[in-house]
Design a protein around this ligand. Structure first.
Ligand SMILES: C[S@@+](CC[C@H](N)C(=O)[O-])C[C@H]1O[C@@H](n2cnc3c(N)ncnc32)[C@H](O)[C@@H]1O
Length: 155
């Protein structure tokens, strides 16, 4: 389902032609299916950082449930992040930017400073970002920091 992204990654970490046989870096794990499924299977509070770089925007309102940034997904992401861990979200799509701002403003699981308008230091560039910039679109970059788990959440 998500072969393009996996192929693109493999082309960077193994020599040309060695995708099926070359050893991978020991600390790399690949998941070639829906990331939402993986997040639901991970143990609680196991991640220090999570990247959501230019998710598909699903701009039609009737498809909003498919957006990765979604009130239901916020709970899923919050569960796997350690307190203080950072969730990085980038988007160039105006509808998705407005949606993300609204969803993040309406939740209590993360502290979210205003988004940056240029890629913050330490964030990797992506292929999609380069296309967006070349097309004149302006990405926004959010860092959402997981708050301490409250008694309400554990109840
Ligand atoms: C707009 S592209 C951005 C790709 C890359 N992150 C970049 O910035 O260059 C969105 C990517 O997310 C993948 N994708 C969409 N929904 C996904 C999901 N639920 N789990 C894993 N990957 C997903 C798509 O297959 C596509 O490769």
């Amino acid at each position: 389902m998500f072969e393009n992204g996996i192929c693109s990654l493999l082309s960077r970490v193994v020599p040309e032609g060695g995708e099926a046989t070359a050893p991978l870096p020991g600390n790399l794990r690949l998941w070639d299916d829906d990331a939402r499924v993986l997040l639901r299977t991970l143990p609680a509070a196991c991640l220090d950082r999570l990247f959501l770089m230019f998710p598909d925007p699903w701009p039609k309102a009737r498809h909003a449930k498919r957006r990765f940034v979604h009130p239901e997904m916020l709970k899923v992401v919050a569960r796997v992040l350690k307190p203080g861990a950072e969730w990085r979200i980038a988007s160039d799509d105006p509808t998705y930017q407005a949606w993300t701002a609204d969803v993040l403003a309406a939740q209590t699981l993360f502290d979210v400073p205003p988004p940056a308008t240029t890629r913050p230091e330490g964030w990797p560039p992506t292929r999609y970002e380069a296309k967006a910039l070349a097309a004149g679109r302006g990405p926004l970059y959010w860092s959402a920091y997981r708050r301490q788990v409250t008694a309400d959440e554990t109840a």
